[in-house]
Design a protein around this ligand. Structure first.
Ligand code: ADP
Length: 641
């Protein structure tokens, strides 16, 4: 092995781009490179411990897990070494030669060129090891996989530009040693005081000790007064961090900043989390969980294969990252850890899927997560609005996915309503309910392409007149969501463009009498229109929804709505044919005139135009735009003489 000569390889193009971007966008927060490297070392220790469960000999030579930080102020060098799992040559290539995350290219496309925004984005992407190049102009990684021979180690070297080189080398112990040749202007990272303060800040909560040379010793830097080099003295090391896994500490002893730092090392996010919840559960099941809600959605939230889930520990031993079984999919944005006393140490992903213990934990953790969100909503609406903008769409998958928690999820939903001041989805259902009219029984909603389109829909006219609030749903997922939500707080949901309008007690007897009378008066007209439109419509009737517009379309009770239809059509699926109900406003002068129109051609033109317009108002495309314009122009010509 050691005979293999050095080899130079190019980074994949995306890695190069990312590296460049990172170096330039993280300049104001350089010290995080140390957090990333220590957190990798701690992960490597975790992985070794896990591997040793089935191969105990792996632990024999290495001693207790630890990270060691050495530095040489003169030479401007910083070395971070661990006795963790190490990497084989192939692993070095795949882990450090590629930024092996799916969707890197897609991620790069989302960059804006605005440094501040990009820094946030790159934080979500998680730069990890590459952050070493923020402060170093050359990085060497000497690594030997646990269980391999002394001469099977690999040296990876790169200046972070276009390529890296690989060389087979000898290494006495298993694990990884990372040498950073610091940039001239980054000397501070080879100074004891500075390093210690960074380690304290970022590594107190990790479970293995980080060792540094005892304060008064330093590394050999020439002769001291007694003419004896410090090297000849025994160099003593001490642990600089507390080295106690944060979640094992009592809640009251952990400061907010420590929770935040722990989050960053678990999630590789650079931003603080919005909220967290730390719980120790005792009794039939014993476990500790620490759940976080991130401030921003990751770039790959909508990628089906993206990593999600919690970090799983069993009795403090790390078992796996991204354990998806502990939370439902609609809560995939949650980060954190769970440490169980009931799961077997040699559990696999497959076993997790079938373990009834995991099922019980999952339902408890789901409740915990939902409660956490509910608490944030109650306590800090602004914060919650921010959360909603990032993750609301995912949460809308909840009622369909998680039947037992449907009500809890429904409480968390937010929508734009006619009460909202902007197009933001900022109203919860309980807020809507609290503003309901005395006699109002149902929760009214309308599905449209956008909040703006919703606001200008003719369907709102009667509601506006009566001062009844309507939810304006404009997310693609909404109509589908509503097919899974029938009630909230004992109030039935009612799509106002669906079926015959029934305002229940909001209408009095007098209203109803007037309506019946007009319906009778216009029976003839309705018949005539129906004949004219033929099979384009399911039904024609006199409307009670409109005050200003002459006509509108309604969907029959059990027919598929427009939004769902569009989504299905766009995805190339067969959509069952349904026809709209055409409703005319008997109080509108156009309709009144229409009733008196004797010329059949003219009658047909007006009906066609009204019908076309009604569709347009709902965002439906005209079936025959040319015919529509011809008829319209004919009428306009008459008008201008
Ligand atoms: P991440 O930690 O988010 O996966 P990094 O870029 O930090 O991304 O690291 C890439 C991979 O390189 C890690 O997933 C791990 O497999 C490997 N690695 C990094 N540092 C070490 C280390 N000290 N010991 C063993 N493996 C490491």
């Amino acid at each position: 092995m050691a005979a293999q000569k050095a080899e130079t390889r190019g980074f994949e193009t995306e890695a190069k781009q990312l590296l460049h971007l990172m170096i330039h966008s993280l300049y104001s927060n350089k010290e995080i490179f140390l957090r990333e490297l220590i957190s990798n070392a701690s992960d490597a220790a975790d992985k070794l411990r896990f591997a040793a469960l089935s191969q105990p000999e792996l632990l024999e030579s290495g001693g207790d897990p630890k990270v060691q930080i050495d530095f040489d102020t003169e030479k401007n060098v910083l070395v971070i070494s661990d006795n963790g799992i190490g990497m084989s040559r192939d692993e070095v290539i795949s882990n450090l030669g590629t930024i092996a995350k799916s969707g890197t290219a897609q991620f790069l496309e989302t960059l804006t060129g605005d440094q501040k925004k990009d820094t946030q984005l790159i934080g979500q992407f998680g730069v990890g090891f590459y952050s070493a190049f923020i402060v170093a102009d050359k990085v060497e990684v000497r690594t030997r996989k646990a269980g391999t021979a002394e001469n099977e180690a690999t040296l990876w070297t790169s200046e972070g530009e276009a390529d890296y080189s690989l060389e087979a080398v000898d290494k006495a112990t298993a694990g990884t040693e990372i040498t950073l040749h610091l940039k001239e202007e980054e000397k501070e990272y080879a100074e004891s005081y500075r390093l210690r303060s960074i380690v304290k800040k970022y590594a107190d909560h990790i479970s293995i000790p980080v060792f540094m040379v005892k304060e008064d010793m330093g590394l050999p830097d020439g002769d001291d007064e007694e003419g004896e080099t410090k090297k000849e003295k025994e160099v003593e090391y001490e642990a600089v961090n507390e080295a106690k896994a944060l979640w094992t500490r009592p809640r009251k002893d952990v400061k907010a900043d420590e929770y935040k730092e722990f989050y960053k090392s678990v999630s590789h996010d650079f931003e603080d989390p919005l909220v967290w919840s730390h719980n120790k559960v005792e009794g039939k099941l014993e476990y500790t969980s620490l759940l976080y809600v991130p401030a921003r959605a990751p770039y790959d939230l909508w990628n089906r294969d993206s990593a999600k889930g919690l970090k799983l520990y069993v009795q403090r031993v790390f078992i796996m990252d991204d354990a998806e079984q502990f939370l439902p999919l609609y809560l995939r944005f949650m980060k954190g850890i769970v440490d169980s006393n009931d799961i077997s140490l040699n559990v696999s992903r497959e076993i997790l899927q079938k373990d009834p213990v995991v099922d019980s934990m999952r339902s408890a953790l789901t409740k915990r997560a939902l409660d956490m969100l509910e608490k944030m909503r109650k306590k800090d609406k602004d914060k919650y609005n921010g959360f909603w903008n990032e993750f609301g769409q995912a949460l809308k998958e909840g009622p369909a996915e998680d039947f037992p928690n449907k009500e809890k999820v429904a409480k968390l939903l937010q929508f734009t309503t006619t009460h909202s001041e902007s197009d933001a989805q900022d109203q919860c259902l309980d807020e809507y309910v609290s503003r309901m009219k005395d006699d109002q029984e149902k929760i009214y909603y309308l599905v449209a392409d956008s909040a703006k389109a919703g606001r200008s829909s003719p369907h709102l006219e009667i509601f506006r007149k009566k001062g009844i609030e309507v939810i304006l749903m404009h997310d693609r997922i909404d109509e589908w969501l509503m097919s899974h939500l029938q009630n909230f707080d004992d109030h039935q949901f009612q799509d106002i463009s669906r079926g015959a309008l029934d305002l229940g007690k909001l209408e009095d007897e007098e209203d109803k009498e007037v309506q019946e009378k007009t319906e009778k008066e216009f029976v003839k007209l309705v018949e005539r229109i129906k004949e004219n439109l033929g099979d384009k419509v399911k039904e024609v009737r006199v409307t009670h929804r409109l005050t200003d517009s002459p006509a509108c379309l309604a969907v029959d009770d059990h027919d598929m709505g427009m939004q769902m239809r569009k989504i299905m059509e766009a995805s190339g699926q067969a959509v069952p044919e349904t026809k709209p109900i055409f409703e005319i406003n008997a109080n509108h002068p156009l309709v009144v005139k229409l009733d008196m129109e004797a010329d059949e051609d003219r009658f047909g033109d007006i009906v066609s135009i009204l019908f076309g317009q009604a569709g347009l108002a709902d965002g439906v495309q005209l079936e025959d735009p040319a015919d529509f314009s011809t008829r319209l122009n004919k009428l306009l010509l008459e008008l201008v003489g």
